[in-house]
Design a protein around this ligand. Structure first.
Ligand code: MN
Length: 244
């Protein structure tokens, strides 16, 4: 990442001083700037301490500024010279994985999936928990047996995910909500299935605060969900307008 940014800075500005400053920024451990390229790392939509104490600020900063940023860098490295692919929406890349050139399938599955999963993840947190309302609540009651049962089933799916992965609530092709868990950075978008919300059960998502206690993290996580944002995603998903 450092080399890429140095090269980009040198190319863009033609001077060594800025590149040296960029290197110094990395050395000090400051927030990683968004890597140059067709894929961008949007800033967190709220301060890094917004989800504390459920998720500590350092975890948020590392998770967004290092882990998510690395997916963006990997995508830009792999697709920077493939403009036809780089201009496709990420959900289309994931949904068409098997028809893409074999050389890029791995990076799109892992880093493209990681980008999609994390882009969703930041936006549905920053809230105060509570319970869903309106159409979303009605769908949860009808399809998932109510909010309490959803929480129980979702936490169980997250707990039983062996190794790293995610637990999601998706809008299935039958129009019904469903709980799904997926390994690694696999995304339901790989099946063309919109994600309403999800929780990251990779250790990097919780280890600084919860250590090995994934179940405690899963239980506490509901305190920071922004249900208004999830409702917006549900409305967009129903009309095929959900971006990722
Ligand atoms: Mn993660």
């Amino acid at each position: 990442m450092l080399n890429l940014n140095r090269r980009t800075a040198l190319t863009a500005i033609g001077g060594g001083l800025i590149a040296m400053r960029a290197g110094a920024t990395f050395a000090q451990g400051a927030a990683t700037p968004a890597p140059a390229g067709p894929f961008k790392l949007d800033p967190l939509p709220y301060p890094a301490d917004r989800n504390a104490p459920t998720i500590d600020a350092e975890t948020m900063e590392l998770h967004h500024g290092k882990h998510h940023a690395a997916f963006i860098t990997n995508l830009n490295t792999a697709l920077g010279d493939k403009p036809d692919l780089a201009k496709m929406p990420i959900r289309e890349l994931l949904a068409n994985l098997n028809t893409l050139p074999e050389a890029v399938r791995g990076v799109i599955r892992n880093s493209g999936g990681g980008h999609a999963n994390h882009a969703m993840f930041w936006t549905i947190m920053g809230g105060k928990g509570g319970e869903p309302t309106g159409d979303l609540k009605a769908a949860i009651d009808k399809d998932l047996g109510g909010f309490a049962k959803l929480q129980t089933d979702f936490n169980a799916a997250g707990a039983r995910q062996f190794g790293s992965g995610w637990v999601f609530v998706v809008l299935g092709k039958d129009g019904k909500l469903a709980v799904q868990n997926r390994p690694n950075q696999d995304s339901p978008w790989m099946d063309g299935t919109p994600v309403l919300f999800g929780n990251d059960v990779w250790e990097h998502a919780y280890y600084l605060t919860y250590r090995n206690r994934r179940a405690d993290y899963l239980k506490a996580w509901w305190n920071v969900v922004d249900w208004a944002k999830v409702s917006d995603r549900y409305a967009a998903a129903k009309t095929g307008k959900l971006a990722v």
